[in-house]
Design a binder for this molecule. Structure first.
Ligand SMILES: [Zn+2]
Ligand SMILES: [Zn+2]
Length: 331
């Protein structure tokens, strides 16, 4: 049996944003990426067409980072030194829709959830419209939408996009609410989670909280547990196994909760036996495969996942069955 593969964590960019992303990471781009043999990256002049302020505050993940070597996660971080240092970010996978389509065909990904991230309110609507339109044209894509707590019209945007076919929301809370690690506690964030619960669609939350990396703290995970308790019907996916770059101390509290966890970026970063122990502690029926393209190479993530010492049924559940069931697409 060949398992269905759903990439439940893919960032694919509309053309104007793709240009910004490619320009920004021109120096760090991995030229061996599938589907991009020798396409030139955007020039400074092209990027210059966009106001500098847009570049600085646009919606890119500051959260995603290149991966140089696997990280062995200590069970108890040393008190004086960070346990894990977030490596420098670079592009390692497809950025544009064309590239993503080629990459999916090549790797054998049947479906990708497109997770947009609007770092400022002004990007929200156009980005969401592009994702929705893309998914309407090609049913291999599942459209998620971005909301922004500082967008006074976020309630209307949620209603509008759900009516237009949005299947979930992506929140990148650290960028979208306020600086620091207490963003999740804000009232506006609670209101957004409540509205998403009422809309009966899942939410994928990025879990990169810079203040907690290497600190031995788990404040963000504890807050996510509060959210789960406060909104009992909310389907929440805590990305990156619950605590990006803060695996271990940060992710421990959420293991075994009713959250879903995605694997985006993680395979190859964490010792395989440790990762399998976390997957089983949580329950393989609530783990979703995801790549985090373009910040990780999807082929490498898939290979690293397939090498994990899991049984075939666990792999099939994680690779696609869980995500399909979440979207009512079980087959
Ligand atoms: Zn993330
Ligand atoms: Zn991501």
């Amino acid at each position: 049996m060949v398992a269905m593969i759903v990439d439940a964590h893919a960032h694919i960019y509309p053309p104007d944003l793709a240009r910004v992303i490619l320009g920004r990471f021109a120096g760090g781009f991995n030229g061996s990426m599938p589907g991009r043999p020798d396409e030139p990256v955007a020039t400074d002049d092209q990027i210059g067409a966009r106001p500098a302020a847009d570049l600085n505050e646009s919606d890119e993940h500051d959260c995603h980072h290149g991966h140089d070597a696997p990280v062995t996660v200590p069970t108890e971080p040393a008190p004086t030194e960070p346990a894990i240092e977030a490596p420098a970010m670079r592009l390692a996978g497809p950025v544009t829709l064309d590239e993503a389509t080629v990459s999916m065909d090549r790797i054998g990904v049947d479906r990708s959830w497109i997770l947009p991230v609007a770092g400022t309110p002004k990007w929200v609507r156009a980005t969401n419209d592009w994702v929705l339109e893309t998914a309407r044209k090609d049913d291999r894509f599942t459209p998620f939408v971005s909301l922004h707590a500082r967008d006074p019209e976020w309630r209307d945007e949620l209603e509008r996009t759900v009516a237009a076919g949005a299947r979930g929301v992506k929140m990148h809370v650290a960028l979208q609410v306020k600086e620091g690690s207490d963003f999740l506690v804000s009232d506006e964030m609670s209101e957004i989670f409540q509205a998403i619960e009422r809309a009966r669609i899942p939410v994928v939350c990025c879990t990169y909280f810079p203040n907690e990396v290497g600190s031995g703290k788990a404040g963000a995970s504890l807050r996510l547990l509060d959210v789960l308790q406060q909104f009992p019907r909310l389907r929440l996916v805590a990305a990156h196994m619950g605590a990006m770059f803060n695996w271990g101390a940060g992710s421990e509290p959420i293991l075994g909760s009713r959250a879903y966890l995605d694997l985006a970026y993680v395979p190859g970063m964490v010792d395989p036996k440790t990762l399998v122990s976390w997957i089983r502690a949580h329950g393989a029926d609530r783990i979703l495969f995801g790549t985090d393209t373009p910040y990780a190479d999807p082929q490498r993530i898939l290979d690293a996942f397939c090498d994990l010492p899991l049984d075939e049924d666990e792999k099939a559940a994680i690779l696609g069955r869980n995500a399909a069931a979440m979207m009512g697409e079980a087959r």
